[in-house]
Design a binder for this molecule. Structure first.
Ligand code: BJW
Ligand code: ZN
Length: 257
């Protein structure tokens, strides 16, 4: 028998004209990527990620921040998308085929959604594969030797340090993407939120905006968050389990199902 909450989520998504998906680090957890607010492992256990992902952390020790990003970037090479990513890609394919609207906003800097086959993906916090100059802002193609370097490389044009093209605390999100997210939050019928602690703004505000505008908010997370408390449907569990179940209950086939 299908869980009634799974059925409720499947019904809401099946009858929606416009679906917005918002993902956070939890969607990649089952791929083996540590989430932000769980304890970092190994070498990085003694550092707080919030301090490293900030202009202050960068100013205090750019080498440390550089090595952290290179370690995370390297770590992505050995891991793959998980059933949660694939189910979201299958959901998008089915919705788009019906002529309905689907967009996925992710706070993650990995590319698992794209690798799994998602098409309309918007990165709110940048991505780990892009680098730019902290001075003149020119984009910088990472060289193999930069990856094992103790210090960030210098910009060939102005000599300032090269940094990851991600959004740190206190920095602006890409304006076009964040504008699109506010608008989509106000007009979606269903917002499916997966694997975010709902602590980092402005992304944490989007589900509230959608809910206030009359959308159905579905939250998937093993642990309750401020978003699960306002969601009409809270699916308590891992995204690699719950999202494929919802998609299967809609009669959509997922890779590996
Ligand atoms: C599973 C699972 C499984 C586990 N399945 N789930 C309004 C109010 C208060 C403060 C602010 C505000 N507006 C702006 C701010 C300041 C600040 C902010 O939000 N501070 C808060 C901490 C209070 N925001 C900003 O500075 C933003 N900029 C901005 O707003 O500019 C304008 C402005 C500037 C200055 C002042 C005011 C306005 C920028 C935020 C940038 C965040 N950047 C980072 C780093 C990106 C690069 C990198 O990856 O290194 O983004 S921080 C980090 O947090 C990263 C994440 O994308 C982000 C969100 O984390 P996420 O994804 O939710 O991960 P976790 O680890 O927190 O949670 C994982 C969840 O998964 C948990 O719930 C688990 O239970 C769950 N889970 N396994 C499903 N299997
Ligand atoms: Zn430069």
């Amino acid at each position: 028998m299908v869980d009634p909450l799974i059925e409720q989520a499947a019904r809401a998504l099946s009858s929606a004209q416009t679906i917005l998906v918002l993902t956070g680090a939890g969607v990649s957890a089952e791929s083996g990527v540590p989430t932000f607010r769980e304890a970092q492992t190994g070498l990085w256990a003694r550092y707080q990620p919030e301090k490293l992902a900030s202009p202050e952390g960068w100013a205090a020790d750019p080498g440390l921040v550089w090595r952290w990003y290179m370690a995370r970037f390297g770590g992505l090479e050995t891991v793959r998308p998980n059933p949660g990513h694939y189910a979201l890609a299958a959901l998008e394919a089915a919705i788009s085929e019906d002529g309905r609207e689907f967009v996925l906003f992710t706070q993650n800097v990995d590319h698992f959604h794209e690798v799994a086959g998602s098409r309309r993906v918007r990165h709110l916090h940048g991505n780990l594969a892009s680098y730019r100059c902290s001075g003149c802002d020119r984009s910088y193609p990472l060289r193999p030797e930069d990856r094992g370097a103790e210090q960030p490389p210098s910009c060939p044009s102005c000599g300032c340090l090269i940094r990851p093209d991600v959004v740190w605390f206190g920095e602006m999100l890409p304006p076009g993407v964040v504008e699109e997210a506010w608008t989509a939050s106000r007009r979606c019928d269903v917002m499916l939120v997966v694997g975010t602690s709902g602590q980092v703004y402005p992304a944490a505000q989007f589900p509230h905006v959608a809910r206030d505008a009359g959308a159905t908010v579905i939250d998937v997370n093993p642990d309750p968050t401020p978003i699960s408390r306002i969601a009409q449907i809270y699916l308590q569990g891992a995204s690699g389990v719950m999202v494929p179940r919802v998609v299967a209950a809609m009669g959509i086939e997922t890779e590996g199902s």
